[in-house]
Design a protein around this ligand. Structure first.
Ligand SMILES: Cc1cc2nc3c(=O)[nH]c(=O)nc-3n(C[C@H](O)[C@H](O)[C@H](O)COP(=O)(O)OP(=O)(O)OC[C@H]3O[C@@H](n4cnc5c(N)ncnc54)[C@H](O)[C@@H]3O)c2cc1C
Length: 508
């Protein structure tokens, strides 16, 4: 604890990654201070899509119900040719996906930041200080220099851990000797948020227009809001494209005269693909855009930041609480970096398909390619690239076979507790858990005991329906049994972030 009352963890940056990390740490009983150089919510248009795994993380941060009120379910993603004819479609429209939430969700980032801030205001373990800039960090002794934006007053504080959630132009990244690696994608795009009186035509999902002359993205957000993103040509400026006659031309393929279009925000962004080479120095760690940048074509930038927060929060809580050694934090980069890089490369591939010139766009337009993308196995492979799969290490056992569940996320079905339906994560505790569909082999049972993991027997039998006995038996309608069987396992040991640490094989 430092001399001026700053809490053990100092989070630099009150964007969505910083605020979610703070709420997750509070859930694990760790107090923190979040500082941001600005006051209020970042006003420019940014994230509009979150997947179901990201919403599950928001659920653990306490804001899933509020998020449901500010978002709407999307149908998925389509690739269109220059005449807006779809040639490939990735449907993600289940109202309740594996993670217990709609698979694909559209919203407006300032609305999300508003609900995160409201939750932070309710959470006594989190303190938010706005108008406070971190000017330097000394990682060797966790010393931070802060400057009050309005008075210019400077002071030094010491923390037990410093989390750099300070975005693309991070101060913390260079302070720990870390550099961005360029994954070779840099393009200027014009981003336009509008409100429209009359509903615009569409299928309720994201449209990527693969037109080498002017690649574009179109998204119907919640309510009467819509988003376009247009690739900019060399020499074009955002102010020029924002002129009414240029806007009318850009949107003419979607908007008919008299639609009642009102421009809310228009801005230029440079979309980049970057990942940092070093995510941690001691107890100074990078999360979110401070650690990785992706072009937004598959809507995954913020999703990755939320996954960072979820991966790190319980580990940091265990280290600060003395339950684990600092070496546990090594697994943060080892687990998150490969996944983040795979997702960025996936986004770049979609970007190249949209903008990479006539050869790629023309190849993608060929019916065979479109059909290929519709084949379930190909689509599943594409989606597996986004779903979390962590490599073996100290916190994930080596996978015994291709379908082994180790390193994957446990799904989140609805469970019945005393006749009431709840989401699984709301019923499980915040520590490790052993889920079992029968007798547990002694070795895994001993491991679970060492981690103080309660054993939950999955009993979808009629006599167990509607009841949880002594927190010992769980009725989930058989979903988790089916999931275990799919991984040829009879039991799975879950980490606090619901990633499978280890499984026990089925006996036959
Ligand atoms: C056009 C566009 C569309 C996008 N669409 C999607 C999408 O659909 N889905 C998706 O998942 N992602 C999307 N993203 C990405 C998403 O917006 C970002 O990944 C997300 O905002 C990153 O959040 P963050 O909290 O890590 O960083 P930021 O939101 O950048 O927050 C960083 C904070 O740190 C503060 N800060 C910086 N330096 C200091 C300092 N020295 N001292 C104190 N405070 C400091 C800043 O003021 C800021 O508030 C999109 C981005 C863009 C630009």
């Amino acid at each position: 604890m430092d001399q001026d009352g700053t809490r053990p963890v100092l989070i630099v940056g009150a964007g969505p990654t910083g605020l979610t990390t703070a709420l997750l740490l509070a859930r694990f009983g760790v107090a923190c201070t979040v500082v941001d150089r600005h006051v209020g919510i970042h006003p420019l248009p940014r994230a509009v899509h979150l997947d179901d795994e990201a919403v599950r993380i928001l659920q653990r941060a306490g804001v899933a119900d509020a998020f449901a009120r500010i978002s709407r379910r999307a149908t998925g993603l389509r690739l269109l040719d220059a005449n807006l004819r779809p040639f490939a479609e990735f449907r993600r429209d289940r109202p309740v996906g594996d993670h217990g939430h709609p698979e694909s969700n559209l919203f407006d980032q300032p609305d999300l930041e508003r609900i995160l801030r409201a939750e932070v205001a309710r959470q006594p373990l989190v303190e938010l200080r706005e108008g406070v800039e971190v000017t330097s960090v000394r990682p060797s002794d966790l010393l931070v220099e802060l400057r009050e934006a309005c008075s210019g007053a400077a002071r030094r504080v010491r923390a037990e851990a410093i989390l750099g959630c300070d975005g693309a132009d991070s101060t913390i990244r260079p302070a720990i000797g870390s550099r961005f690696r360029d994954l070779r994608f840099t393009e200027r795009w014009f981003v336009l948020d509008v409100r429209c009186e009359r509903p615009l035509p569409g299928w309720g999902g994201v449209d990527q227009v693969c037109d080498p002359r002017r690649a574009a993205t179109f998204l119907p957000l919640a309510g009467d809001r819509y988003r376009w993103e247009f690739r900019m040509h060399p020499g074009e400026t955002a102010s020029e494209l924002a002129r009414p006659e240029r806007l009318a031309k850009l949107t003419a393929r979607w908007v008919t005269p008299g639609s009642g279009l009102e421009v809310l925000r228009a801005a230029e962004y440079t979309f980049r693909a970057r990942i940092t080479n070093r995510w941690r120095h001691g107890r100074v760690l990078l999360l979110g855009d401070a650690a990785h940048l992706t072009p937004p074509f598959i809507g995954q930038g913020l999703c990755a930041g939320l996954r960072d927060a979820h991966n790190l929060a319980w580990k940091l809580a265990a280290v600060l609480g003395g339950a684990d050694d600092d070496v546990l934090l090594d697994s943060y980069q080892a687990e998150r970096a490969p996944h983040a890089e795979a997702v960025i490369r996936g986004a770049v591939r979609v970007g190249r398909a949209m903008t990479g010139g006539q050869d790629i766009a023309a190849a993608l337009r060929r019916p065979a390619t479109g059909l290929l993308l519709r084949v379930p196995g190909v689509r599943a492979a594409a989606q597996r690239g986004i779903a979390t799969l962590y490599a073996p290490g100290p916190l994930v056992d080596r996978r015994r076979h291709r379908r082994d569940l180790s390193g994957t996320h446990c799904p989140q079905p609805t469970v019945l507790v005393d006749g009431h339906a709840s989401r699984l994560d709301d019923v499980l505790g915040d520590g490790y858990t052993l889920l079992a569909a029968g007798p547990v082999p002694p070795a895994l049972r001993a491991r679970a005991q060492g981690l103080r993991a309660p054993v939950l027997q999955l009993r979808p039998t009629p006599e167990a329906a509607g009841r949880v006995h002594d927190y010992g038996q769980l009725d989930d309608g058989g979903h988790l049994r089916a999931w275990l069987a799919g991984g040829r396992a009879c039991a799975a040991l879950l980490r606090p972030d619901r990633i499978v640490l280890a499984t026990a094989p089925q006996s036959h």
